[in-house]
Design a protein around this ligand. Structure first.
Ligand code: VGL
Ligand code: ZN
Length: 200
């Protein structure tokens, strides 16, 4: 039995000054760095979109960021262009300790499908491979931290719980977007799915 820390999307575009800035997003860096040493396995995720990704409002005539559209796989929020592969905004926050990470999972790189979760893309069936990585290393307990609480952390936590991991989200090391009550909805949904919310 071993424990894994999953650090979700601590990238410049989700920090103050970034393209999809999460309020106070950079404040997660120090607590996350301090936690890493306590885990057997540390995984970082990196939102990694091609230029012109279908989740960008800029690709849909007449649509503005934060409006919804219907994709073949279901409803999708449209975002400002963010975390474009190779751009400065896609880089990890420079103060995030990346040396202790065992694996970096990139997600959202298929043009026609978004990927909030570290485990499955938004069709909820295309796997990233993270489940197999964790299982073959004997990881059963997961702590999730990072950005944004109500999107990528939330979807990752729900998938991890569904897959049978023992999942906690440490809210002291997360910050959210909060779109139309999405923070409260995410917290309620996670609790219902058996995810433990720490420091909430
Ligand atoms: C995220 C919206 C779009 C996240 C990523 O990391 O929560 N949110 N892409
Ligand atoms: Zn994204």
């Amino acid at each position: 039995m071993s424990a894994g820390l999953i650090v979700i999307d601590v990238q410049l575009d989700f920090c103050p000054g970034g393209a999809l800035a999460v309020a106070d997003g950079d404040s997660v860096v120090a607590p996350i760095n301090a936690m890493m040493g306590a885990f057997d396995t540390v995984v970082l995720t990196q939102d990694w979109h091609p230029d012109g990704h279908s989740s960008f409002a800029s690709q849909h005539a007449g649509k503005a960021p934060l409006e919804m559209i219907e994709m073949p796989y279901g409803p999708q929020v449209l975002w400002p262009d963010h975390c474009v592969q190779g751009s400065a905004g896609a880089e990890f926050h420079p103060a995030l300790a990346t040396d202790p990470a065992h694996l970096v999972v990139r997600k959202g790189f298929r043009p026609q499908i978004d990927s909030y979760s570290a485990f499955f893309e938004n069709d909820q069936t295309t796997p990233t491979g993270l489940e197999g990585y964790l299982r073959t290393r004997g990881v059963e307990t997961l702590v999730l931290v990072g950005l944004a609480t109500d999107f990528c952390v939330n979807f990752s936590a729900l998938d991890a719980a569904r897959l049978g991991f023992d999942v906690s989200v440490d809210l002291a090391a997360c910050r959210g977007i909060d779109l139309d009550g999405s923070m409260e909805a995410a917290k309620t949904g996670m609790v219902q799915a058996g995810v433990k919310l720490l420091n909430g």
